[in-house]
Write a protein that binds this ligand. Sequence first.
Ligand SMILES: *Cc1c(COP(=O)(O)O)cnc(C)c1O
Length: 369
Amino acid sequence: MIPVNEPLLVGNEKKYLVECIETGWVSSDGPFVKRLESDFSKKVSRNYGVAVCNGSAALEVALASLEIGRGDEVIVPTFTIISCVSAIIRSGATPVLIDCDPNTWNMDVSNINKYITSRTKAIMIVHIYGLPTDIDPVLKVAKDSNLFVIEDAAQMLGQSYKGRPCGSFGDISTFSFYANKHITTGEGGILVTDNQELAERCRSLRNLCFNSKNRYVHQEMGWNFRISNLQAAVGVAQLECLDEFMVKKRSMGEFYTSRLSSVSGLQLPVQKKNSTRNIYWAYSLVLDDSLSINAAELMRKMADLGVGTRPFFWPMHKQPVFQKLGLFKDVDCPVAERISSRGLNIPSGLALTKEQMDYVCNSVELCLG
Ligand SMILES: *Cc1c(COP(=O)(O)O)cnc(C)c1O
């Protein structure tokens, strides 16, 4: 089976892990955690980094650090991973869902003003699959209406928007280091910001809000969302390879596009928007309505040929768990609804070989032929 994602661990990962073991530094107090925070925040042009145990935890800490909670509304795309919306709900705030753009699959920001109320406290940008969300309109409305911007850049490390790195736009921006992300620590994540006070709040929240003067006397509740030195060691090594990885990801995506553009009935990722080249975190196919097959059927056929695939996100307003909570009854997002049953991701991990990619393309042709 060709896996939909396999990471590449061919740099200093082993060397740094051995260093952890030989020095005895395995916990979150080890030196690689600080090194990862400092190297990573520099890479995305931020002043501070706070590493945590995963990207979902990073979103929870981001909301808590901005004191978002009951009575507040947070604008967020419906076409995203559940982590974004579950973090908002757990904070006590109400998610306000927006549909996505039919070409980039990112949040459609053209009418974002329409969603702002007196209770809106923040906009959560989530960059999807390979191109950044159109950030300028979000920053403008956030400034005009005095809102926070939380940027979930988990899929967009290494990408930029108008010459600035993704992850440099939010009051707080977050990343995940899960195994299918551009760099991985197995499990892990990070928050980045330019605001020292926010960074310190995040640092405290990830570590149970221990008190610096009287350790076990707490003014607030936090979480144990710490990352270990072992994970951070892998992250430091991975980060050293990021530029190389980005060249590889782009060339993989461009290879897929050159091979698959002759297949009729397929919508492929937009190669370039304004001056931004797609980074193809996930290489996506959306099946035209003219094809009788849907994404689930194509995924089954591809599996029979030994090719792993991944479904598109399922829109948040269609999630049984949220419907049971009585949420999102009147939400109508036709684009997200359509692509969720017509779209899929094909293998695009960094360890994928040219031969495997050839086989994936042949399999797509065979299944749709
Ligand atoms: C992967 C991902 C997350 C969650 O990260 P975990 O580390 O798996 O918790 C959050 N947001 C986006 C956009 C992601 O792609």
